[in-house]
Design a protein around this ligand. Structure first.
Ligand code: PRX
Length: 646
């Protein structure tokens, strides 16, 4: 198969921050002399107290620890706001586009600074202080960025919970983080429909006695219940607080935020990021990967409830003094031209979105795109899941008119920011490859036993040294942090991803190799969906695996064994889908539920997921060895049942 290579054009190269030689030089320096490299690069942010120690990191059990710039002090909101006021106070920081295309707002750096100071004072008046946890359960409205920054201003730890999560998921995160204050809105909006955020909070809080105050932003004006003594309207409190608030000097290793993410086992983990390293990482990656130039308009379509929304909607852009677009809506409302309409409306220069959105739009044909000029676009980005070459080509040719390089950025909630990606002026592109490591990143490919594989090869992706943006711990469970990431391959960070490296040294992420599935770029632990299913009274056992899905990348395929006496019919299927939506949220809805009289298990009782995955994929010709199963006939009945379903 001949491989497609899209070389860097000379016009892109000459305008870019770095070319191929520049990348090579900086990359080599970052590996040879990390101390020197990061001592210099960390100065792209402002320090209240400069650091003297750059790095203390070890992935080995004996002296395990990750810390960067540890004796430095800084404030994140001051870096994202105050330091820009003199030069670009009147420049737009956030361009907000509502779900309803007639609603929008442009917020300058000066205006944002004022809002953040007032929000910080509101939080203080509710008893929030340094180290307090504040849960933000908000729609994609400016208040989300305002309250994230307000927390950082006073040293509180924010924990953003995606507005699509159920009351139950919200309650779990509030309990685990021990938050005392929740900030929410009356309702969110999504494709013209309303999302009952405050009502969800009310339901969640029945199980969260530790929450003292709920601050409510009026967004839709929909009717909601306010609980006296606990619930406070934003607009009521706003008038009574001062519009200045001094930024709190924070230690570089003080916690900045917690973000929950699914793993292969148990309940979601609270990924903790800290102040200095995270900000340096989000700032430097934003600068180089998006090759950002002052005055440009950057649009990351991710929700602030995910890490992409943290690093590339809020912190990376604002630390760089950029104009960042925040979009409340979805790509297909009011119609399939919405993205391109927004691109033209705000003259977006850089668009950063997910393969699932690209595939969904590609399916609707080129006309929706071509109705709009898109002349402002200069660079396109992709994140969240592998992008299939067909979608890449469509993005490149139709959306970008073959003018705009695509940065396919590989990273994770745990990594804080982009780790493997092309740099627009430096890296020849190959559709489907995240290409090369960013500065300071040392990937290795290992086999199942941990042997390092050299050259062109395929295996599991590990990283052998730390980078400033790395997560520091699992909130409340440091042991779980070590166990999850550093014991599979001792002394190395295990990403959970499979990866191929080609003869040019390019990395191709092949997807998760653990029990995590990636649905529309959102990470779901199969264990979580299984535990939601088995909490239904009629369900005895459940096993969930991923299946190929044209739009979502992966779909959710659930095998369900019912309690004796129950019958699996269409009605129960629908009920179980609703049940999972209610327990976790719509993103966890199973695409297929197959009722199974039994699940394939080894004699020691372990479910053989490999077999279930093959059946879900329809690849029943290569089920492999089933002789070790306790009852091999189980497989035959699963295959027969699947054949009936088609
Ligand atoms: O499997 C990889 C996939 O998404 C996982 C991380 O998910 P999450 O923590 O939710 O963060 C998503 C946004 C950074 C990874 O382990 N992934 C992310 N980006 C890519 C990707 N897979 C292939 N190519 C990518 N560009």
């Amino acid at each position: 198969m001949s491989e497609i290579v899209v070389p860097v054009s000379s016009s892109v190269r000459s305008a870019a921050h770095v070319d191929a030689e520049g990348y090579q030089r900086l990359y080599e320096e970052s590996i040879r002399d990390p101390e020197g490299f990061w001592r210099r690069e960390a100065r792209r942010i402002d320090w209240i107290e400069p650091f003297s120690i750059v790095k203390k990191t070890s992935f080995h059990e004996a002296d395990f620890g990750v810390s960067w710039f540890e004796d430095g002090q800084l404030n994140v909101s001051a870096n994202c706001l105050d330091r820009h006021l003199e030069a670009r106070g009147d420049q737009v920081a956030i361009l907000w586009e509502g779900d309803d295309p007639t609603e929008s707002e442009a917020i300058t750096y000066r205006d944002l600074h004022g809002r953040v100071c007032r929000a910080a004072n509101m939080l203080k008046s509710m008893g929030v202080h340094r180290g307090s946890r504040v849960v933000l359960y908000l729609p994609m409205i400016p208040a989300a960025a305002v309250f994230m920054l307000a927390c950082t201003r006073i040293g509180a730890i924010h924990c953003v919970v995606f507005g699509g999560f159920s009351p139950d998921s919200l309650a779990g995160r509030i309990q685990d983080s021990n938050a005392t204050v929740v900030v929410t809105a009356d309702e969110g909006r999504r494709s013209g429909r309303k999302v009952p955020l405050k009502a969800n909070v009310d339901e969640a809080l029945l199980r969260c006695p530790g929450v003292e105050k709920v601050l409510v932003v009026r967004h839709t004006g929909g009717a909601i219940a306010m609980q006296g003594g606990r619930d406070v309207w934003y607009h009521d409190l706003e008038a009574s607080v001062a519009s200045d608030c001094a930024p709190e000097p924070m230690g570089a290793e003080d916690p900045l935020f917690i973000l929950y993410t699914s793993g292969s086992t148990g309940k979601p983990k609270g990924v903790l990021h800290t102040t200095g390293g995270y900000l340096v990482w989000s700032a430097i990656t934003f600068h180089y990967v998006f090759d950002y130039k002052p005055g440009e308009v950057f649009w990351c379509t991710a929700d602030v409830g995910w890490v992409t929304g943290h690093s590339y909607l809020v912190y990376g852009p604002l630390a760089n003094g950029a104009t960042t677009v925040m979009f409340e809506g979805v790509p297909n409302y009011p119609d399939f031209g919405r993205f391109w309409n927004v691109v033209d409306k705000y003259k977006v220069n850089i668009l950063y979105t997910a393969p699932t959105a690209i595939r969904a739009l590609m399916r609707e044909g080129d006309d929706w795109v071509k109705q709009y000029s898109r002349a402002s676009l200069r660079l396109l980005g992709s994140v969240g899941e592998p992008i299939n070459p067909e979608a890449w080509q469509w993005y490149y040719k139709v959306v970008g008119g073959e003018r705009c390089p695509i940065v396919d950025t590989w990273w994770q909630t745990e990594t804080g920011g982009i780790l493997i990606s092309p740099l627009p002026g430096a890296t020849d592109l190959k559709p489907g490859s995240a290409t090369r490591p960013f500065f300071g990143i040392q990937p290795q490919i290992v086999d199942a036993n941990g042997a390092v594989l050299d050259g062109a090869t395929e295996g599991n992706l590990v990283l052998i040294d730390s980078w400033p943006g790395q997560m520091r711990t699992v909130w409340g469970d440091h042991e779980r942090f070590f166990q999850t990431y550093f014991t599979t391959y001792p002394g190395k960070y295990f990403t959970g991803d499979g990866c191929r490296r080609d003869a040019d040294g390019y990395y191709w992420i092949t997807g998760r190799v653990d029990d995590v599935i990636n649905v529309s770029g959102h990470r779901m632990g199969t264990a979580e969906i299984e535990s939601a299913l088995v909490s239904h009274v009629k369900v005895a056992e459940a096993a969930v695996v991923g299946m190929p899905h044209d739009i979502k990348g992966q779909g959710i395929y659930a095998y369900v064994t019912l309690n004796a006496g129950e019958t699996g019919d269409e009605g129960l299927r629908k009920e179980l889908v609703q049940w999972v939506r209610h327990e976790i949220g719509p993103i966890a809805s199973p695409d297929v539920i197959q009722f199974a009289p039994g699940l394939p298990k080894t004699r020691s009782g372990k479910i053989m997921r490999r077999i279930l995955r093959k059946i879900a994929e329809g690849d029943i010709g290569s089920l492999g060895d089933t002789s070790t199963l306790a009852d091999p006939t189980v497989v035959d009945s699963l295959v027969a049942e699947r054949a009936v379903r088609g």
